[in-house]
Design a protein around this ligand. Structure first.
Ligand SMILES: C[S@@+](CC[C@H](N)C(=O)[O-])C[C@H]1O[C@@H](n2cnc3c(N)ncnc32)[C@H](O)[C@@H]1O
Length: 479
């Protein structure tokens, strides 16, 4: 049998320029170190150590999860694999620090990744794939006796770890399917935005009514504004608004550990319907084990604008995967985000909606295409959900319903409802409202408000199966 030993990379590497550069530096160091060693062979897509169980290092960093081998038994000792594991680990620690997580069956130190994910990633990079594929997802049961990921099913889907350049953060312990509710948390307390001195006193009195554990949870949160008013600094660093445009913000022991990304893989929202109000976090794309869980703290926009907003409101320079992309890719993203902003303004113009609704509707369609181009999964290249999608479908629904078109309004309301479920869950009041509109579009307050020139009944829509997808979309968007 033999005992395994090795190290895992947690969080796994992302597509940003920093991770790409560090990984290529590490791989070049490995190549130089083992240049004359005939047990170390450079293959097309990876470096192979022909010792023990032949551990490998892929050239494509995001595929790297684990470097390991059996370290007991005849083959291990004859090939000297233990010395390779130690030397490679030392070099990795020099480049990646605490991100390198050593583990050992000999010393009963647990590994991080499920072996099936490790084997899947090895199959992928050996075949030369640059996209990642997931072995399986949490909560997804197949006919196998041991559903993935068995040992995590009872636990949280995430773990708190140190994240380079961002302090602490949460990473996925297993692959998480898009739409999964990862967290649902009650605030320790809620507060309004106010002068730091007054806020400090108010928080001090709120802390007195909390348990010792809760006080410690609050005090352990990050403070990006150290100084005279420490409590107010913690609130400013961590408070999340209790709903869109809310004047109150909540403080949470776990959700407040989630770092910001300008291209987040999760969406957070306040759900009034759960036990007097709780904050939820949903995966808006498939998340791979070892990936950092992220939400957005701001309103988005091109990099210059959003980075300035983050600095002014929260006092940090954003180091997310989008902001650290190579310059040419960041510029392409900025162009799409400028377009998103200008289409959004066009759609929000009430005069255009009243007098030229077709133009507003076509702007919605153009926005949808741009969102699909901008919000793609960095690992698979597929379009992902974004909190902008339910809003877009809601806007499209409002445009058509205001002109009496119930059939299209029904389709847009349904799309809005489905997109909202992914971001907020079925039990969110906003999702339930969308569901009501999907069933009865004429119940919308603006029904017919701009006239009835597009009048249809809610049942007069073409059969998608009969006319085909393309014709249905043309009908829907009035193309
Ligand atoms: C709500 S806290 C998140 C958890 C925090 N990292 C911790 O250690 O507890 C927000 C703080 O995390 C850091 N942070 C979050 N997102 C970041 C990002 N994208 N880039 C750099 N720092 C970030 C900043 O210091 C920010 O003030």
């Amino acid at each position: 049998m033999g005992m395994d030993e090795g190290f895992d990379m947690v969080p796994r590497l992302g597509p940003g320029a920093g991770d790409t550069l560090r990984w290529s530096l590490f791989m070049e160091t490995i190549k130089a170190q083992y240049a004359g060693d005939d047990q170390v062979e450079i293959q097309e897509h990876y470096i192979e150590f022909k010792a023990g169980e032949h551990p490998t290092l892929p050239f494509h960093g995001p595929h790297f999860l684990r470097f390991s081998s059996k370290v007991t038994g005849r083959i291990a000792s004859e090939t000297g694999v233990h010395a390779y594991l130690q030397a490679v680990r030392r070099l990795a620690v020099q480049v990646f620090g605490t991100r390198i997580r050593p583990w050992s069956e000999v010393f009963e130190v647990d590994d991080f990744y499920d072996w099936r994910d490790v084997h899947q990633s090895i199959r992928d990079f050996q075949a030369g794939h640059t996209k990642l594929t997931a072995f399986g997802f949490a909560n997804e049961h197949d006919n196998d006796d041991s559903p993935y990921p068995l040992r995590y099913m009872k636990d949280n889907l995430y773990e708190e770890v140190d994240i380079p350049d961002k302090g602490k953060g949460l990473v996925a312990r297993c692959n998480i399917k898009r739409g999964t509710r990862i967290l649902c948390e009650k605030p320790l307390f809620v507060v309004r935005n106010m002068d730091p001195g007054v806020l400090n006193g108010l928080v001090a009195s709120k802390l007195q009514s909390l348990s010792k554990d809760q006080q410690m949870q609050f005090l352990s949160l990050h403070n990006n504004f150290p100084g005279k008013h420490a409590f107010a600094g913690i609130v400013r660093t961590n408070a999340l608004p209790c709903g869109p445009g809310a004047v109150t913000g909540g403080i949470y022991p776990e959700i407040c550990r989630i770092n910001h990304s300008c291209h987040p893989n999760c969406h957070n929202s306040w759900n009034e319907a759960i036990n007097d109000g709780q904050e939820t976090v949903h995966a808006i794309r498939d998340i791979f084990a070892g990936e950092e869980i992220t939400i957005s703290y701001d309103k988005g926009g091109p990099s210059e604008i959003r980075q300035a907003q983050l600095k002014a409101a929260f006092g940090f320079d954003c180091k997310c995967d989008l902001c650290t992309l190579p310059a040419a890719e960041l510029q392409a993203s900025d162009e799409r985000r400028h377009r998103i902003q200008s289409l959004d303004e066009q759609i929000g113009d009430p005069m255009t909606m009243m007098t030229r609704p077709l133009s507003s509707l076509h702007a919605c369609r153009a926005l949808l295409d741009t969102l699909h181009q901008e919000y793609t999964d960095p690992h698979t290249g597929e379009a992902t959900a974004t909190a902008l999608l339910p809003r877009l479908y809601y806007d499209a629904m409002q445009i058509v319903v205001a002109h009496g078109d119930q059939s299209r309004a029904r389709v847009f309301a349904e799309r809005c409802y489905r997109a909202r479920i992914e971001c907020e869950g079925e039990d969110s009041p906003a999702t339930q409202k969308d569901k009501g509109l999907m069933q009865e579009p004429s119940s919308h307050a603006s029904f017919g408000a701009c006239g009835m020139k597009w009048r249809t009944s809610k049942t007069t829509l073409p059969d998608r199966e009969t006319v085909g997808e393309e014709a249905f979309e043309k009908w829907l968007w009035r193309l």
